[in-house]
Design a protein around this ligand. Sequence first.
Ligand code: SF4
Length: 524
Amino acid sequence: MANNSVDDIKPCFPLFGEPEYRENMKNKQDKYEERESMEKLEETFQWTTSAEYKELNFQREAVTINPAKACQPLGAVLCSLGFKGTLPYVHGSQGCVAYFRTYFNRHFKEPVACVSDSMTEDAAVFGGHKNMDAGLKNALALYKPEMIAVSTTCMAEVIGDDLHSFITNAKVKGHVPQDLPVPSAHTPSFVGSHTTGWDGMLEGIIRYFTLDKHESAVVGSNGKINLVPGFETYLGNYRILKRYMEEMDVPYTLLSDPSEVLDTPADGEYRMYVGGTELEDVKDTPNAIDTLLLQPWSLTKTKKYLKDTWQQPISEINPPMGLKWTDEYLMKVSQLSGKPIPASIELERGRLVDMMTDSHSWLHGKRFSLYGDPDFVMGLTNFLLELGAEPVHVMSNNANKRWGKAMSKILKSSPYGQETEVHVGTDLWHFRSLVFDRKPDFMIGNSYGKFIQRDTKHKGLEHEVKLIRLGFPIFDRHHLHRMTTLGYEGAMYILTTLVNAVLEDLDSKTTGYGETDYNYDLVR
Ligand code: SF4
């Protein structure tokens, strides 16, 4: 290429903006694309930003556009990665597994071990029994896992493959040893989402290890508290849950902990398995004092199994996000364990309160629209209200109506939530209409929101809604997955992110030389 040479390598931007490439692109469009004129595209763009279009958009029934959720087996894979020596195994199409792996690669910037038994057309007709036999045998021979955790793609679900009988038969036929743990979960992606899949896989693992043990369990006999994080992609959250328990001197079992395998060092050694919840600890979980479900809106299957079969209270708890809900969480742990909350955690709380006071004048009354998973969005909304910020739109595609009602109740209890709209089951194309219709100061969500920012900016600078990246997936910024959003430490990170976005935005609007720079202040 004429404009790129080994001595002066230019990346895609600005290289493709140069005349040679612009001409190439134009030729391609003119010759091979049935492209509308720019005038027509602009006219359609403007129409899609109107109130009239919003009405039509919300009548949409037959199609979902950019759904703000991923599919069930992706969640099952994340759950499986959090157990020691465990190989996630997906019964179904290879392409689906390639998608899960690349999705996690892009978010965590890490290799992700996961196998598929690669069902193709013949398996779709005759069933995937043979694939499972060969797949389990090969997976064990090649990767030598301590446990193989099996979930399914849509294809296996559509034809109705029965995981339990397939795995039992594979063991009877000697493809894998009888005593190799092979828990499973049916994870049909035409219902639910990645959070449902995580929940189903955990229930499958707990069921596998404890079904014949819960009746002889003595609640509280091991002195532990079980913590269930749910579909959690902030690695700092696993670490803070462990740190709090250790500082409180409370024994615990964290049910799924992929914080090591998704954060391995570059020291020349590839670690396929590292860290994770010990399988012996999983067997012991019915003997704990209690099990706390930290994403209560997403862990319904696990909750049902525990409530129906275990003797523990399964205490209700809100996600430990923000000030009050972290207070409640720590007090619950203290009450259950009989251990006091130590001075070190009190000090951390005090620091958070100090930070909230310091930043209050910048966040008070700032208007945010947010989207994401049900528990994350609820916890974040609750914290926004604690900061005196005003949620404008609160959206979760994979929540249910009961969540919507609970969310509205929380909002109505605060002076800052009186005007908030709650949307359940809607997608990011709906969200785009929402922020054009009632402009917030910022939107909060995963990387996909950047296209909404681009569109709002295209309508005019006064319409631009900047994206603050919190949630999953975050593909276009580095290392944010290592941060913490739970506990006081997590609230500090969220607060720092929000207030600095507000200040960056103010700086960007006050650089007008001799015009707006009267407010381009050194000290904010
Ligand atoms: S939705 Fe179904 S077909 Fe698509 S990636 Fe997920 S499991 Fe595969």
